[in-house]
Design a binder for this molecule. Structure first.
Ligand code: TYD
Ligand code: MG
Length: 455
């Protein structure tokens, strides 16, 4: 048999290439292809040959199996994002920028589960046990029955976990773990993938819920191949702006609950504190009407969150004016600028455009389009939107406004927080019983005419 040769894997999309190149053909990313040692097993390594496997037990779809028993940690924001508690034998990946608070969150999480009666093990590959202990003391968790280890050798860790059979095991972080069967260095794609595979199989076999911590690269991807995200049941991202104290734990994939659910925390001197009612958190002080500032009535997972969007539009000395966005998708901003220009005749060429979501929230909903357009126009025309009005609606490329989901939820929250007016697409179903001043528009042109006087 021919000697297996090294393969080249794209760390962004996981595509395998036969030779190295600067750009991945599959996903178009640059400088993401790395060399991997040949696999001794796994797909493609050897043909199946004559040896027969053993039969697999098949069952019906209708087999009555109880839903997985869940354990709540008592850390409500964490439980919510998990879909209502921890599911045994599940594999969870928690990704986030270095220093955002992943270790703090999971130490607090593990302690909460331990106090709720689960046996918990926390393995740190980045800090010494003494450091973790010191942190636990600072967080007031020293009495929680969590057992610690500082280790990076996965073979030893698996042997220990197998002997202990804990209910939950936290591995902090997957990038520091290494297996002696894989030749490449810890943190390499091959190591991360093999380590994750071993840990996920352990979770499935032994019923332990395994939580993997993963660092995120500059491009916002969990370092190592996307494959890790596919392997686990649940992918959570811990996000927030470094300068802000608020942190959001977001489910981007969850086999056991709704995706896009969020939990909100505040980083304090004593660790992460839960923010149980975050809807008003992302509103800054807004007594005076200010041009460029608009309140968007958003939904994060199942919860309404009101967020302030701030725009600044200023004449630019540059031949290619700046487009700077914090907390929103840059592509979405470009689209809305293009629609304003093409459908409403309002050009932004020659202007620098800055757009910011206050408080460090990230808004992913297309429902924010209309609020973005309003903030941009308000900043450009220097006309303030009344401060007691919320805005939502999706903008299509034709300039038409599309209705968005959960209208009632958005309005209820806005009203609760003292907003008296709403601007929304015509087709959004808003009953008279809301008691708010409702202005509904079919398209962006009508909106511009209504809010800023047609020009
Ligand atoms: P950490 O959990 O170590 O981040 P990660 O594991 O994601 O790299 O958190 C590091 C930051 O959190 C650090 O900059 C200090 C801050 N922090 C607090 O503000 N309060 C605290 O009680 C703790 C433990 C950390
Ligand atoms: Mg850490």
């Amino acid at each position: 048999m021919a000697k297996p040769s090294a393969s080249f894997t794209c760390t962004a999309c996981g595509a395998v290439h036969s030779k190295w190149s600067g750009r991945c053909d599959a996903c178009g990313a640059w400088n993401t292809i790395v060399e991997e040692a040949p696999l001794s097993s796994g797909p493609g390594a050897k043909a199946l040959g004559k040896k027969r496997g053993k039969g697999v037990v098949l069952s019906d779809l209708s087999s009555a199996e109880a839903p997985p028993p869940r354990t709540k940690s008592g850390l409500d924001e964490f439980d919510r994002v998990l879909g209502g508690g921890l599911v045994p034998a599940s594999a969870i990946l928690v990704g986030g920028d270095p220093g955002i608070g992943k270790s703090t969150l999971l130490l607090q999480g593990a302690a909460s589960f331990a106090r709720a009666g689960l046996s918990a093990i926390y393995v740190s590959g980045e800090e010494a046990s003494a450091q973790v202990r010191m942190r636990a003391q600072r967080l007031g968790l020293a009495d929680a029955p969590v057992r610690l280890a500082a280790e990076t050798n996965l073979r030893d860790i698996l042997t220990t976990l197998d002997a202990e059979r804990p209910d939950i095991a936290v591995i902090d972080s997957i990038q520091t773990m290494w297996l002696d069967t894989v030749e490449s260095a810890p943190g390499s794609v091959a190591q991360v993938r093999a380590a994750a595979h071993e840990l996920v199989s352990f979770a499935k076999k032994r019923g332990t819920a395994v939580v993997l911590v993963g660092h995120v690269t500059k491009e916002g991807q969990i370092a190592g191949p996307r494959v890790v995200e596919h392997m686990v049941d649940t992918v959570l991202y811990f996000e927030g702006e470094r300068g802000h104290q608020f942190r959001i734990l977001r489910a981007v994939k969850n086999r056991f609950g709704p995706a896009d659910e969020i939990g909100v925390f505040e980083m304090t001197g004593d660790g992460l504190a839960q923010v149980l009612n975050p809807s008003a958190l992302f509103l800054s002080e807004r007594d005076q009407p200010a041009p460029g500032s608009v309140v968007f009535a958003g939904i994060e997972g199942t919860r309404p969150v009101l967020a302030e969007l701030q725009a600044l539009v200023a004449p630019s000395p540059l031949s290619q004016p700046r487009r700077t966005v914090v907390g929103l998708d840059g592509g979405r901003l470009s689209m809305i600028l293009a629609v304003l220009e093409a459908r409403c005749g309002i050009p932004f060429t020659g202007f620098d455009v800055y757009l910011n979501v206050a408080g460090g929230l990230r808004v992913n909903e297309p429902a924010a389009d209309l609020a973005v357009a309003a903030a941009l126009l308000s900043a450009r025309e220097d006309i303030a939107v009344p401060p007691d009005v919320v805005i939502f609606g999706e903008v299509s490329l034709s300039g038409a406004l599309r209705p968005v989901g959960q209208t009632e939820n958005r309005l209820k929250e806005a009203q609760k927080l003292g907003f008296t007016g709403v601007v929304a697409p015509s087709r959004s179903k808003i009953g008279a019983e809301t008691g708010m001043t409702v202005r509904q528009m079919p398209d962006l042109t009508a909106f511009v005419g209504d809010m800023f006087g047609a020009d």
